[in-house]
Design a protein around this ligand. Structure first.
Ligand code: AMP
Length: 219
C-alpha cells in the first residue's frame, strides 16, 4: 500500500504518519528528513541544499526526484510507503506516477490535512523534535510539551528546533506551499484518490484522524 501525505508544513503530516506506520506496518519516508540528513554531511552538495532550505524555498525538482527514486527502490519499501513532503507540486506528482509505474506500484490514497495558516504558524514556531534519528518524536512547547524541558520523554535525547522553524521562514514556506498546493490537491481529487481531513484548532485527535484514513482506505 502506498500513501501520500499532502498538507502545509506543520499541518501534522509527520505525526499522523507515525500513527499510520504502526497501524499499517509500512514505512514513513519524509523528503524533508532526507534533505536534512544530507545537509549534516557539510559537503558541497549539503551547502547547495542548505541554500534553498534555509530560505524556505523548494530544492529543484531534479535533485529531490533523484533522491526519491533511489529510496523507493530499496527493499524495505516493497510492502509500501507513506510519503510525506513529496510530491510538493504537480510536476513532482506526475514524475512520481512514472516512477511508481516503472516499479509496478500504484498510489492508493493521498491524505490531505487541511489546517488554517494561523494554526500552522503557532504549531511550527513552538515545535521541537527529538534529535535521535530513530525516535524523532515531535513536541510543542505550548500545547504538548515534554515532561522535562528540552528532553525527549520517549528516549531521553535532546530536543531541537529546526533551523527553518522560525516565523519569517515559516511565512515563506506557507507562501510557497499555497502557490502549489491547490493544483496538487485537485490533481489527486480528480483521480478519486483524495482523503481530506479538515482540522481546525486541533479539534480532532490523532486517533480520530487515523480512523478516518483507515475507513477511507477500505472504500
Ligand atoms: P519539510 O520537512 O517537508 O517541511 O521540508 C523542509 C524543506 O525541505 C522544504 O522547505 C524544502 O526546502 C525542502 N523539501 C522537502 N521536500 C521537498 C520537495 N518534495 N521538493 C522540494 N523541496 C523539498
Amino acid at each position: 500500500m502506498n500513501i501520500i501525505m499532502v498538507g502545509a508544513p506543520g499541518s501534522g503530516k509527520g505525526t499522523l504518519a507515525a500513527y499510520m506506520v504502526e497501524a499499517l506496518g509500512i514505512k514513513h519516508v519524509s523528503s524533508g528528513d532526507m534533505i536534512r540528513e544530507c545537509i549534516k554531511k557539510e559537503d558541497a552538495f549539503a551547502e547547495k541544499l542548505n541554500s534553498y532550505i534555509s530560505k524556505g524555498l523548494l530544492v529543484p525538482d531534479e535533485i529531490i526526484l533523484e533522491m526519491i527514486e533511489k529510496r523507493l527502490q530499496e527493499e524495505d519499501l516493497i510492502p509500501g510507503v507513506i510519503l510525506d513532503g513529496f510530491p510538493r507540486n504537480v510536476e513532482q506528482a506526475i514524475a512520481l506516477e512514472k516512477i511508481f509505474n516503472k516499479l509496478n506500484k500504484k498510489i492508493d490514497k493521498a491524505v490531505y490535512l487541511n489546517v488554517p495558516d494561523e494554526e500552522i504558524i503557532q504549531r511550527i514556531i513552538n515545535r521541537r523534535t527529538c534529535s535521535n534519528k530513530a525516535c524523532k518524536q515531535i513536541y510543542n512547547i505550548k500545547f504538548s510539551p515534554s515532561k522535562q524541558e528540552g528532553i525527549c520523554d520517549k528516549c531521553g535525547s535532546k530536543l531541537e528546533q529546526r533551523a527553518d522553524d522560525t516565523q519569517e521562514i515559516v511565512e515563506e514556506r506557507l507562501r510557497v506551499y499555497h502557490e502549489m498546493s491547490e493544483e496538487l490537491v485537485e490533481f489527486y481529487r480528480k483521480q478519486g484518490l483524495l482523503c481530506e481531513i479538515q482540522n481546525k484548532n486541533d479539534e480532532k485527535t490523532q486517533q480520530q484522524m487515523l480512523d478516518i484514513v483507515i475507513q477511507n482506505l477500505k472504500q
